[in-house]
Design a protein around this ligand. Structure first.
Ligand SMILES: [Zn+2]
Length: 328
């Protein structure tokens, strides 16, 4: 099966060895930009790679753009106009298939009064309205896994990340928005723009609550989720329930990994091979988990594979991505 990895980060510089390796994986890769800042440095550091790979190999690569956070040095109307002009170029000329919203919205960005800005803030409304009018999908990584708001636990799946990235760890920052507040702000946008295809990245940051995801999928026909980086979160859950959830909502679930690699200009062929081997192992684990009933291992965590039926596999690996990202 020629699968689509609908959320990944391969910042490639057209290196032949990299391309041969990716052809071996037999994937179509959706490269997702991460809009990190308000001055646009992220744009210069990421977009040329993603756009170039798409322009050269449109059958193998697609890309998702983003926009600068407000710097509050201009009026909200001017800001929105400027961002929409960027997005218009990215979609129409650059071939972008969606626009990414990142967790800095709701967890970092402040307005001039010092208030944390949520995704349902008025400043983003014109952008969402424009995307909805054009049916350009939103891919939103809002909030973090629930462990972000819980005491650090060495047995937690995300212990490594939150113990090393304190700026994104919220349990010790009670003045910051709660997980619930961030989910509500996201839901508000989904509800306010019923014609906007809205994909919640990383299981919509509700990896711990499949019933909560299901409730939203039932409530909002324009909502879908990608799995990227959260297969591991399914491991400890009741596999019969996970299988039931994925099978039932397969039209609304996009398989993806969040895998990737940076340009390795100074790397040796041997070093590259090491990276490829690591990625080969990652993809094999993902495929084994969804398509077989083997016991699979990711880090120190283990689970028995879901062995999804062929129709469900076809949806999560291929057709859901094609449906939710019509530009693919
Ligand atoms: Zn990502």
């Amino acid at each position: 099966m020629h699968r689509i990895d609908s959320h990944a980060h391969y910042r490639l510089d057209n290196n032949a060895q990299d391309l041969a390796f990716l052809r071996e994986l037999d994937l179509k890769i959706v490269n997702v930009a991460v809009p990190l800042d308000s001055d646009g440095s992220w744009r210069k550091g990421q977009l040329p790679y993603y756009e170039d790979m798409y322009q050269r190999y449109p059958d193998q690569f697609a890309w998702v753009t983003g926009f600068e956070l407000p710097g509050y040095k201009e009026s909200p109307a001017t800001y929105a106009e400027r961002m929409i002009a960027h997005l218009q170029r990215d979609f129409e000329k650059g071939g972008a298939i969606a626009c990414k919203f990142w967790k800095n919205i709701g967890m970092e960005l402040k307005d001039p009064t010092g208030r944390i800005v949520l995704i349902d803030d008025a400043i983003f409304e014109p952008i969402f309205a424009w995307m909805e009018k054009n049916r350009y999908p939103a891919l939103a990584h809002i909030a973090e896994p629930i462990d972000c708001w819980r005491p650090l636990d060495p047995n937690s799946l995300h212990y490594g990340y939150f113990s090393q990235n304190n700026e994104w760890y919220m349990y010790d920052k009670p003045h910051m928005p709660s997980h619930e507040v961030l989910m509500q702000a996201r839901d508000n946008v989904v509800a306010r723009h019923p014609k906007l295809p809205f994909i919640g990245a990383h299981l919509g940051s509700m990896e711990h609550d499949l019933e909560g995801i299901a409730a939203r999928l039932d409530r909002y026909p324009n909502y879908a989720v990608d799995i990227s980086g959260r297969t591991i979160d399914l491991f400890p859950q009741d596999s019969a329930k996970v299988r039931q959830f994925v099978t039932r909502y397969a039209d609304r679930i996009l398989w993806s990994t969040d895998a990737g690699m940076g340009p390795m200009a100074k790397s040796t062929p041997e070093k590259r091979e090491e990276t490829y081997n690591w990625l080969r192992g990652w993809y094999q684990t993902e495929l084994d988990y969804y398509t077989t009933d083997k016991v699979v291992t990711l880090g120190k965590f283990q689970a028995k594979g879901l062995k999804l039926d062929a129709a469900t596999q076809q949806k999560i690996f291929v057709t859901s991505a094609q449906h939710w990202f019509p530009g693919l």
